[in-house]
Write a protein that binds this ligand. Structure first.
Ligand code: F0G
Length: 459
């Protein structure tokens, strides 16, 4: 059979609320043309993020009832610990309420003024946690990762030559660790090859520098390795994932992605002293070491999620359903970032709206129009998120790419929902020449995309 079906049936449903075009126009205006300001109830298909939006399985919900809420020594913690140790091989598993809490603890210990932390591409919370510590967050993606139209296999890779040059130039004391984000979310969800993980690890080891994975989407990355990297076609996803982790000294993890839970994360590592320091901070900021920032029922659901995410029929459906959206859009001529990533399709807003320059925020204009057309919420990942305007001179510095992310929640939407998304975006594409740019009328000092207010330009 050629058709890849959802490998589940639906037991509990959540109704969707339909709105009219007229209603959405008013909603957008009231929200200051910022989709983060829209009530979720006014959204028909929510592709804002794949984080914390997964549907849990009956087994996970059952586990929620079984969750052990003991303050110390919860049975559910030991279940999660055993699962994560089995998967990653790391000695210390430190639960946190989500990924950024693990990052905060890690960089509180390892960051600091004068230090540099390289990554293929830092996610924005990772970057923020590094910068708050006083250190520099350095992105070293491969050049081909920055070309949206190039169809290549592992565009999420680290630029090994650039990393080696950095390690040669700087003293190892300045580089407390090297990170690698799998898949590379800030670079269109592109995967990293096993070879790249192996070589990054080898380079770090030769300089005595610890190597950490940002493992949020480790299972999706493992599936891409199985599909695309020679030698892995007959290897199980668990074995691939274990090999990925075997090259690292630790990882940060947001369970809200490949943990298939709505809340949860962990820091995992081998170094005993570092683990001790991390637990000392954990007790003050998150909670006792056997629950971190989580309830017993969260720990229980997380442990089940980490097993379920490795099931091959799930991953086949997952990766296929994202590429299905990409292929349908591509067939309509809609410019997307190629090839489709693991958790999202990224529209290339510069190519979609070539008449709108970066300083008029083509991604924001496109995301608003897609909402207006069909109640679909996406996320601008371009000059609103990463561009900067100098408050003194008014000089504008654009982002490297102008994109709109259509992130697909796990196990939530069916093929007809995705067909509807294709139809709406196709409709917007038809009338693209009529779209106008945007102007920022308010922006906060940091992370402006969350709360900035906009106005559509008239001309
Ligand atoms: N690292 C990566 C690669 C991420 O994508 C995220 C979150 C985090 C770390 C932080 O994890 O949210 O649990 O604190 N990404 C979400 C997204 C928010 O929409 O891409 P968290």
């Amino acid at each position: 059979m050629k058709t890849i079906i959802e490998p589940f049936k639906i037991k509990s449903v959540e109704p969707l609320r339909f709105t009219s075009h007229k209603e959405r126009k008013a909603i957008l205006e009231k929200a200051g043309y910022n989709l983060f300001n829209i009530h979720a109830d006014d959204v028909l298909i929510d592709l804002l993020t794949d984080s914390g939006t997964s549907a849990m399985s009956a087994k996970q919900w059952g586990g929620m009832i079984e969750g052990d809420e003991a303050y110390a020594g919860s049975k559910s913690f030991y279940r999660l610990e055993q699962t994560v140790k089995g998967l990653t091989g790391f000695r210390h598993i430190i639960p946190t309420h989500q990924g950024r809490a693990a990052e905060k603890i890690l960089f509180n210990i390892m960051g600091g003024r004068g230090k540099i932390v390289p990554n293929n591409t830092h996610f924005d919370t990772t970057r923020a946690n590094i910068e708050i510590s006083g250190a520099e967050a350095l992105d070293l993606p491969v050049a081909e990762g920055l070309d949206p139209s190039l169809k290549k296999n592992f565009k999420g890779n680290m630029d090994l030559a650039a990393l080696e040059a950095l390690l040669q130039k700087e003293s190892p004391q300045r580089i407390p660790l090297v990170m690698l984000t799998v898949t590379n979310n800030s670079n269109a969800g592109q995967p990293v090859s096993m070879e790249n993980i192996r070589q990054t690890s080898k380079l770090c080891r030769s300089y005595g520098i610890p190597f950490f994975l940002d493992a949020c989407r480790f299972a999706e990355n493992a599936y891409f390795i199985k599909l695309r990297e020679p030698g892995y076609q007959n290897t199980s996803i668990r074995d691939i994932a274990q090999e990925m982790f075997s090259y690292a000294d630790g990882c940060t993890m947001s369970g809200k992605k490949d943990g298939l839970v709505n809340m949860g994360g962990f820091l995992a590592l081998n170094d005993d002293q570092l683990a001790q320091k991390a637990r000392n901070i954990l007790v003050v900021t998150e909670g006792f070491p056997t629950y971190g920032g989580l309830a017993g029922h969260d720990l229980e659901a997380f442990a089940y999620g980490l097993d379920e995410v490795l099931q091959e029929d799930y991953l086949r459906y997952r990766i296929r359903s994202v590429s299905y959206l990409g292929e349908k859009l591509d067939a309509l001529g809609v410019p997307i970032f190629h090839p489709p990533g693991g958790h999202a399709i990224y529209l290339d807003a510069s190519a979609f709206l070539p008449h709108i320059p970066a300083h008029e925020y083509p991604g924001q204009a496109l995301a608003c129009e897609i909402y207006l057309a069909g109640g679909i919420r996406s996320c601008e990942i371009g000059s609103v998120m990463f561009g900067k305007t100098d408050p003194a001179s008014g000089d504008f510095q654009p982002a490297k790419l102008e994109m709109v992310r259509l992130a697909i929640p796990r196990r939530v939407y069916t093929q007809s929902h995705i067909d509807y998304v294709v139809e709406c975006i196709g409709h917007v594409f038809q009338k693209r020449v009529q779209l106008k740019g945007m102007r920022i009328v308010y922006e906060p000092p940091v992370l402006r995309h969350f709360t900035a207010l906009f106005e559509p330009l008239k001309k």
